[in-house]
Design a protein around this ligand. Structure first.
Ligand SMILES: [Zn+2]
Length: 284
């Protein structure tokens, strides 16, 4: 137990260091780790043997039309050659782990050119839920800090933290609308325009207006539904705040697409436009 705690502390320390330090000083050491896993990956590369691995670890990939499969492979190649992966608490990274994260992250950016997540630098993977310090403020303005267990985190400073067992479970169950990787990477997209507010970067003012109306109306209705205690298609955690709503609706968009399209057609259209894909049309 003592060993586990000290390893966790080391990893948290590494995380903070990596955030603050000049990338140049850490880069050679970390690059060695990536090279060990993926070979000389200066150029985006998607290895032949990853194709089969992807379809077993992330079954939704086997449903994709051929054209999207190829695009996903190209995106995954870019992702693993541009983003650093670090195992925490003694987790030894494998191709399977890196590919499972990368493939799900890239499903969200299939319609993008260039680097899939230009602001993301590092993905930290823990074996299971990890602890994180959460600050909260009461009505008197008193700030307290407490430790919480988490499955994932997305930082606006270019970091994603994930629990591998949750990532794996989320990938294997492609129809339950519970997917921590989609969730955290949706937050990462939401951060990109500078505000984590449930509206990602959109191409025009008209697009923002439309998004604000559709998500605003649906969020208000959703809050009432959650308050009434009725069962919801979308995870009730989305009622926490608009940013969480966008993240859980993203999970639903990719994993309960047809139900979302039926129940929330306008939101489905907005997401279809933003993600540039229509998961409701993918195979069973
Ligand atoms: Zn969240």
């Amino acid at each position: 137990m003592a060993q586990e705690i000290s390893e966790r502390e080391i990893c948290v320390k590494e995380r903070r260091l990596a955030e603050k330090a000049n990338a140049a000083s850490l880069f050679p050491m970390i690059w060695e780790t990536i090279k060990g896993l993926f070979g000389e990956a200066e150029e985006p590369v998607f290895k032949e043997e990853w194709k089969a691995l992807l379809e077993t670890t992330v079954p939704v990939v086997s449903r994709l039309p051929e054209e999207l499969k190829l695009r996903l492979q190209e995106r995954v190649g870019r992702f693993v050659s541009s983003i650093r992966f670090e195992g925490c608490n003694g987790l030894e990274l494998t191709d399977e782990m890196v590919l499972t994260v990368a493939a799900q992250a890239c499903l969200l950016v299939l319609n993008r050119e260039g680097n899939p997540y230009p602001e993301l630098k590092t993905v930290y993977l823990y074996p299971t839920t990890f602890s994180s310090v959460q600050k909260s403020q009461d009505a008197m303005g008193i700030v307290t800090e407490g430790e919480v267990r988490r499955l994932g985190e997305s930082w606006s400073t270019g970091t994603i933290v994930l629990a591998w067992d949750s990532v794996e479970r989320g990938a294997r169950n492609a129809d339950d609308a519970r997917n921590v990787t989609f969730h955290e990477f949706a937050h990462q997209l939401d951060h990109e325009d500078g505000d984590t507010d449930g509206a990602p970067a959109l191409p025009s003012r008209a697009a923002y207006r439309s998004w604000a109306r559709v998500f605003g109306e649906n969020y208000a209705e959703f809050l009432e539904l959650v308050e009434s205690g009725k069962p919801t298609l979308i995870d009730p955690y989305g009622a926490t705040q608009p940013a969480e709503f966008f993240a859980v609706v993203t999970e639903t968009f990719f994993e309960k697409s047809k139900q979302l399209a039926r129940k929330y057609p306008e939101m489905y259209e907005e997401l279809k436009g933003f993600y540039g894909v229509d998961p409701g049309e993918w195979g069973e």
